[in-house]
Design a protein around this ligand. Structure first.
Ligand SMILES: Nc1nc2c(ncn2[C@@H]2O[C@H](COP(=O)(O)OP(=O)(O)OP(=O)(O)O)[C@@H](O)[C@H]2O)c(=O)[nH]1
Length: 505
């Protein structure tokens, strides 16, 4: 039951000036036959989390709350149906997360003994101490070493990585209701909501917290309770600029707001709605200029995605997360370790490859030519019929001419070697670098023929507004956003969700 993020429907641009409509809560749009859960308020959905009563501090209206309750009940029922109904036998599986007892340690270590069983399956139960886990792991390692050699380097086996397992349902809290509301506002139906999306929206909202704090608080203060005035717009201007939205985007938004103000009295709620619409429009413009709402590898043909950017922005991490996303969505994938400059880069990328069961093509010699690695990787992809080759490149300052030349060479090599391939050249930008990212975008655009941007480190940065500057000033579509270091912390960009998370109250 893997959620395919590349096939996910994205929000419509919401043309009408109404507040985003919530679908009617459909009474029969409920859970699968297995567990009939009532869609009604405060229904005991059983178990560890409290019944979905209105979460404290949530500002959602009644319809939204009813929708969220249904979605929660449904997801809960799904989760319960999916999890085995109380382990019948103390299987080789993980013991309970109980306080560690000697017996538990015994059973955990011996449980690992029956050799050929689950491949690199769940290591050791979380209830064990570090020493106990280490002992169990040693035992497991010993078995692996003494076991007959694997027929293949186990690369293509695409074993789902342990930390990329499906997320589990948390509490029915304000984050859940907000996430549900965002999905409902995009016209999603209760029965289509997936835990993957709920989980990601929660991460995104948390990730944008810093930007939001510096932005929304100020914004709401500016808007106040009275109709918008020109003075309020002046304040709004400095708020947007401080959030790194950039001069061009800020001017565009304010011009639109001023025009609106000239036409009619605008109350704060309408001002906020109109502002969101403008921000979405700016982010969407470069996406609409292309023909794909969500950037996805094309099936049954070679796709080469080149990841470029300055040092330390998160290229390798992004590549690892993309590999995982691709494998989970059913693509065959290969990594080209073309960062031949940083000593540990190949090792780092190999770890990411292992986590998703993706093979890595590398050149062991020091300072190998990155173009040669790409050459090998494309050859390997062709012979295996691989659909997606992800190319890691060394970080470089946009001002270093020779390094930018080298990047140009890699880019040209790809076109020359694989003219049939769909090539994407993605600039990885660290959101915390704010306006500096814009300068990088301009320089990399010419050297690497950029087709899009991946915005990373939105968590921990107060400068998430730079997404707007990149879209409006560099004219580049944001394709993915990263909001954390975990393997599930990168997802395709959705302007509606981004703006909602940015301006969530
Ligand atoms: N908080 C946070 N950290 C991230 C994110 N993406 C990457 N990082 C961290 O950023 C650091 C640098 O990431 P790398 O992937 O090594 O960056 P890189 O661009 O490949 O680095 P160079 O190869 O040296 O240019 C690592 O510690 C990552 O864990 C993100 O979205 N959020």
């Amino acid at each position: 039951m893997v959620f395919d993020w590349f096939k996910r429907a994205v929000a419509q641009p919401a043309p009408e000036p109404e507040p985003a409509p919530l679908p009617e809560p459909e009474p029969e749009a409920m859970a699968p036959a297995a567990s009939p859960v009532e869609p009604e308020p405060a229904e005991p959905v059983a178990a560890p989390t409290p019944a979905p009563a209105a979460p404290a501090g949530s500002a959602v209206d009644e319809d939204a709350l009813a929708w969220a309750r249904q979605a929660y009940a449904r997801l809960k029922a799904q989760q319960e149906a999916a999890s085995p109904p109380v382990a019948p036998e103390p299987e080789p599986a993980a013991p309970e997360p109980e306080p560690p007892t000697p017996a538990a340690i015994e059973s955990a270590t011996s449980a690992l003994e029956p050799a050929p069983a689950p491949p690199a399956a769940a290591p050791v139960a979380s209830g064990l101490s570090l020493l106990e886990q280490a002992a169990a792991q040693r035992q497991q390692r010993l078995q692996e070493i003494t076991a007959p050699a694997e027929p293949e380097p186990a690369v293509a086996a695409a074993t789902p990585p342990a930390d990329a397992a499906d997320p589990s349902l948390g509490a029915f809290d304000a984050t859940f209701t907000w996430s549900a509301e965002v999905l409902a506002a995009q016209g999603r139906r209760v029965e289509d909501v997936s835990l993957e999306e709920i989980d990601w929206l929660g991460r995104l909202r948390r990730g944008l917290e810093k930007t939001r704090k510096g932005f929304v608080t100020q914004l709401l203060e500016n808007l106040g309770d009275d109709p918008l005035t020109p003075a309020v717009l002046d304040d709004l201007e400095s708020t947007l600029l401080r959030a790194d939205v950039g001069v061009k985007a800020t001017d565009q938004v304010l011009d639109a707001l001023r025009r609106r103000l000239n036409e009619e009295v605008v109350d704060p709620a309408e001002g906020l709605r109109f502002l969101k619409e403008q921000l979405r429009g700016l982010l969407e413009a470069p996406i609409h200029a292309g023909d794909t709402a969500v950037l996805a590898p094309q099936r049954d043909r070679l796709n080469v995605w080149l990841l470029v950017g300055v040092n330390g922005v998160g290229k390798t991490t992004t590549l690892g997360k993309l590999a995982n996303l691709a494998v989970r969505s059913g693509y065959s994938c290969l990594i080209a370790a073309a960062d031949t400059f940083r000593a540990a880069a190949v090792q780092q990328v190999s770890v990411w490859g292992e986590r998703s069961g993706v093979a890595v093509v590398a050149n062991p010699s020091a300072n190998a030519d990155p173009a040669a690695v790409v050459y090998d990787a494309i050859g390997a992809a062709r012979s295996k019929g691989t659909e997606l080759v992800l190319v890691d490149t060394a970080g470089r300052l946009q001002t270093k001419h020779n390094l930018m030349e080298e990047l140009g060479k890699v880019r040209r090599t790809i076109t020359k070697l694989a003219p049939e391939a769909v090539v994407e050249s993605l600039l990885v930008l660290d959101a915390s670098q704010g306006q500096n990212g814009l300068r990088q975008a301009m320089a990399f655009a010419s050297a690497a023929g950029l087709t899009g941007v991946v915005l990373t480190k939105l968590d921990g940065s107060a400068r998430g507004g730079v997404a707007l500057a990149v879209a409006s000033e560099a004219g580049l579509p944001i394709r993915f956003i990263g909001a954390g270091e975990g393997i599930r912390d990168l997802r395709p960009f959705n302007s509606f969700e981004f703006v909602e998370a940015l301006l969530a109250s």
